[in-house]
Design a protein. Structure first.
Length: 264
């Protein structure tokens, strides 16, 4: 327990220690990423399909600058540069997104099957078109059984995301695309990453909740621009720098997996 707490503390300290240097050395990349990250919110519905590519490009710009500086790569102008590392990081993000999407789709089918099974066991004559019938079938003794699969699916998705979280660092460090080949680098540190990530994200979450509360009191509309700007600023000028610094620290401490294995 003490060793795990020490590892969590070290990771949190590494993330916070890398925050100011990350902003100072890569502010141009972070600004460019933030501006690009705002564009999907301004797109008309007809161009909504461009939202994901723009967001991927935005985060790639930010991560590219931070990871290049961390591993002694080309600095660019205050981190702003689009070169081979950015193309590799973009490929990593796309591959990770595909993996997570496929797993999520499979889990959704399994969860749906379990929920339907629980509902029909509680109400054999279930009318699947009635919301009230579903509510009654999944209430009472079936509520717990129906809630466990979604919670387990969320835990699996978080675990998989964290197991793949060192792929960008490995990609920039080794100079080639690393996704499943970087899976083994997070062996034994998933709980550390989860706990450290929760601690590092806590200030941003508190601020977002506070802004939402103040917005509700003031009666602002849901589409108000200020909350959008704040959320993007938090992502690019706080969460991305501290999370990258934390991951770089963990990556440097973790042994490389045996070539050709996932070291699960």
């Amino acid at each position: 327990m003490a060793e795990g707490s020490a590892a969590i503390g070290r990771t949190v300290r590494a993330g916070m220690a890398g925050w100011a240097p990350g902003l100072r050395t890569c502010w141009a990349a972070l600004v460019a990423g933030a501006v690009l990250g705002l564009l999907p919110r301004a797109l008309p519905p007809a161009l909504g399909f461009l939202g994901l590519p723009l967001e991927l490009a935005a985060t790639t710009l930010a991560y590219g600058g931070l990871y290049r500086v961390a591993f002694g790569g080309p600095a660019g102008f205050r981190g702003l540069r689009w070169g081979v590392q950015e193309w590799r990081l973009l490929a990593v993000q796309v591959l990770v997104t595909v993996i997570l999407t496929v797993v999520m789709a499979v889990l959704a089918v399994l969860v749906g099957a379990v929920v339907v099974g629980v509902a029909k066991s509680n109400a054999p004559g279930l009318d699947i078109t009635s919301v009230d019938a579903w509510r009654a079938a999944l209430g009472g003794p079936g509520a717990l059984a129906a809630s466990l699969p979604p919670l387990l699916s969320m835990a699996i998705m978080l675990w998989l995301f964290l197991r793949l979280s060192l792929a960008p660092a490995a990609t920039v460090d080794l100079g080639r695309i690393q996704v499943l080949s970087a899976f083994g680098r997070t062996r034994g540190v998933v709980l550390v990453l989860a706990a450290a990530g929760a601690v590092l994200a806590a200030p941003a979450i508190i601020l977002v909740v506070l802004i939402g509360y103040l917005r509700a009191i003031a009666g602002f509309a849901e589409g108000t621009l200020v909350p959008e700007l704040v959320s993007v600023a938090l992502v690019f000028f706080y969460l991305i720098p501290v999370w990258t610094a934390a991951l770089v620290d963990v990556y440097r401490l973790q042994p490389a997996p045996t070539p050709g294995t996932l070291r699960t």
